[in-house]
Write a protein that binds this ligand. Structure first.
Ligand code: IVH
Length: 667
């Protein structure tokens, strides 16, 4: 490259990295893999070092990325929050080891830890109390997310014991376990919203929510991996972290203290295979010199500690051919493009399909028909298309054009300017939308009718159901004519449909499947209105006055009630006896528990059973409470009651009874 070409390449790389930094830290989405990002960063670093005349203090190489959202208060870190140098192979690790040995003469140990793939956080504690929690920000200062952090159950607000330093900062990674991620996406699918790309983006998105109530509902977790302060208890990072565990911090049990770089390489190889078994994502291993005086001696470069490095697992990726694209139609008409690929083996599973998310994703990739694409499966569950081998593209290849008409009902698709998603507007006649609405209606958190996707498909194809209200017209005779139903299963389904009529108003609202009205919004609506007719009559202004309801949700509710077909369905459902108003303040069965504050704790036969017991407390005039205090009258305990509650109860001499004793008390 001549100087002009170098200058252009540097410019191109800087622009590209700035854009990806912004996508990653501000929009919490990523369009390229970490590996590609690192390769680009390394190329830029090399070009800048070799050509210092093109130095720019605002180059992406000159900082650690910026995740600040200025709606949060900014707090300065006591110690800068630096990033780690990355390595991808054993040679680079051996170079790291050699660099350290060149600088320090004495023996030392390594500590290997999992590299959690989430959002980093720094917590400050003074006298055993949480002072604040700050995101990485630009490394010097970050967002004050204390209120959100406090809702994460595994983060101690007050430390255990007395042996902790008076003042220290501890760093950790906020993560979203796979199970919670999958459940959130299942919910999003039901609510017709675009899916979250991966647990890491979801975790940082949730952490930056402005309403901590929503953070508390989303089950984030946090692993801690580094502690800083003037008076740390020992000179070993590993020992300090073990002590931090005793003070109440969640520290990974998979960290190991190792003797030399060969043991480090063994550890890495072990976890490259084992990482699939973890319930959360990791994207590599962090290798640290254990002895803190040696860490100080080694010090930092402007960006990284010299005493630590990360080994990034290369997300397994394969090249395969894009055979075709299918367009899936969701319950709310949202269209998801899916790449059908020539089957390829990736991390032990055959991958045939990968989500292409939306039309913007396809456009950004510049995807052409018959392209050869790279599919990648990192720590993540869903394989994704991360790039294209342009060399393999035929000269006459045509760009992928997003479908214009619904693949199921042929209606012209619509797309809102501000959204990336295309929708099929034919919500009442488009088969997957009808079936999707029925599936949502019968789901456990809605009407809880015991039937699944296959039954809906069967009944729909047999012309027995055409919308949610026709479920209540089904008869046993009709079902018995279908091959899959025997007397017992037909009776069970009818009984379950009948029983669903008892479902409370709030769940009925949720079950209607109004776009963007999930469980939480349904709850907010029911707090404001007592019946469906009032809800139907609310104006835009009245709707947006309700907590958590913004323009988008208000418009969606108005659109729903403006649709004649929806009104007919609601009238039919009313006729069948569904609850479209709040029950009159339920009369108490008795007042035998009046004035009593009762804690229900531990696990019962089912989580449902625990709820029932809590309801009984209220129906008999009692007040249920979540924590044991001197005001607690007694505790109804199931199995494995929490040890802190148990201790408190003992301390305060509070009576503990079991389920049977509770029932006989009511009888
Ligand atoms: S140590 C100076 N340990 O990786 C100490 N970081 O790429 C630097 N991370 O910003 C961090 N797991 O968010 C460390 N066991 C671990 C980690 C870890 C995940 C994250 C952290 C950091 C980033 C660096």
């Amino acid at each position: 490259m001549n100087k002009e070409e170098i200058k252009n390449r540097i410019h191109e790389l800087r622009e590209c990295l700035h854009k990806h930094n912004y996508n990653y830290y501000i929009l919490a989405k990523s369009e390229i893999s970490d590996y590609e990002f690192d390769i680009k960063m390394k190329e830029l670093e090399k070009l800048e070092t070799e050509n210092p005349e093109f130095f720019d203090k605002n180059s992406p190489t000159q900082r650690v990325g910026d995740d600040r959202n200025h709606e949060f208060k900014q707090i300065k870190h006591s110690y800068p929050m630096l990033s780690l140098g990355n390595t991808y192979n054993n040679e680079e690790l051996i170079e790291f080891d050699a660099r350290i040995k060149k600088s320090i003469a004495e023996d030392f140990n390594y500590v290997c830890e999992l590299k959690f793939d989430g959002a980093s956080i720094s917590l400050k504690y003074t006298d055993g109390q949480l002072v604040h929690a700050v995101t990485r920000g630009d490394g010097t200062e970050g967002d004050d997310v204390t209120a959100n952090i406090k809702t994460i159950k595994s983060i101690p607000l007050k430390l255990q014991g007395t042996e902790y330093p008076n003042e220290f900062e501890i760093r950790g990674e906020i993560i979203l376990p796979h199970s919670v991620f999958a459940e959130l996406n299942r919910q999003k699918e039901l609510e017709g919203e675009p899916l979250l790309a991966n647990p890491r983006n979801a975790a940082s998105g949730i952490l930056k929510k402005r309403n901590s109530y929503y953070v508390s509902k989303r089950a984030l977790d946090c692993f801690f991996y580094y502690i800083m302060g003037n008076e740390l208890p020992t000179n070993s990072h590993f020992e300090n972290m073990q002590l931090a565990k005793k003070w109440g911090f969640k520290v990974s049990e998979h960290s190991e203290k190792l003797k030399d770089i060969n043991e480090v390489i063994d550890y890495i190889n072990k976890w490259d295979k084992k990482r699939e078994t973890l319930p959360f994502d990791i994207d590599g291993i962090v290798i640290k010199v254990d002895e803190t005086p040696l860490q100080q001696e080694l010090g930092f470069t402007s960006k990284f500690p010299r005493w630590a490095i990360s080994y990034k697992f290369k997300a397994e990726r394969e090249l395969t051919k894009l055979e075709s694209i299918s367009y899936q139609v969701g319950r709310t008409g949202a269209i998801t493009p899916v790449a059908n690929l020539t089957p390829v083996l990736l991390s032990g599973t055959t991958v045939k399909r990968a989500s292409l998310h939306n039309s913007d994703f396809i456009k950004n990739l510049d995807l052409h028909n018959d392209d050869f694409v790279y599919v990648e499966k990192g720590g993540e569950i869903i394989p994704k298309v991360v790039g294209i081998d342009y060399n393999k593209r035929k000269l006459d290849a045509t760009p992928v054009i997003f479908v214009e008409y619904c693949p199921e009902c042929n209606t012209q698709l619509i797309k809102n300017e501000t959204e990336a998603i295309h929708y099929c507007p034919n919500e009442n006649n488009c088969p997957p939308q009808i079936k999707g609405k029925i599936e949502h209606f019968i789901s456990r958190k809605a009407m809880n009718i015991e039937a699944g996707e296959a039954t809906v498909e069967l009944l729909y194809n047999a012309n027995l159901i055409k919308d949610i209200s026709s479920l209540y017209e089904l008869t046993e005779e009709q079902l018995l004519k279908l091959e899959r139903f025997a007397k017992k299963s037909a009776q069970n389904l009818i009984a379950s449909i009948q029983k669903s009529k008892e479902t409370e108003f709030q769940k009925v609202i949720y079950a209607l499947g109004i776009r963007y009205v999930g469980e939480t919004i349904a709850k907010k609506l029911v707090k404001k209105v007592n019946d469906i007719d009032t809800l139907k009559s609310l104006t835009f202004e009245q709707l947006i006055e309700i907590d958590e309801i913004g323009d988008k949700i208000a418009v969606s509710i108005l659109d729903f009630f403006a649709e004649e077909k929806n009104i007919t369905i609601i009238e039919n459902l009313k006729r069948h006896g569904l609850k479209f108003k709040i029950e009159q303040m339920q009369e108490n069965i008795s007042n035998s528990l009046a004035g009593k504050s009762i804690v229900v704790s531990g696990s019962f036969a089912t989580p449902q059973r625990r709820k029932e017991i809590e309801e009984m407390v209220e129906k008999h005039g009692g007040k249920k409470s979540g924590s044991v205090t001197s005001k607690t009258s007694f505790i109804v305990a199931g199995a494995n009651m929490g040890s802190s509650k148990l201790e408190k109860a003992k301390q305060l001499n509070i009576k503990i009874i079991n389920e049977e004793e509770f029932l006989s008390m009511l009888a």
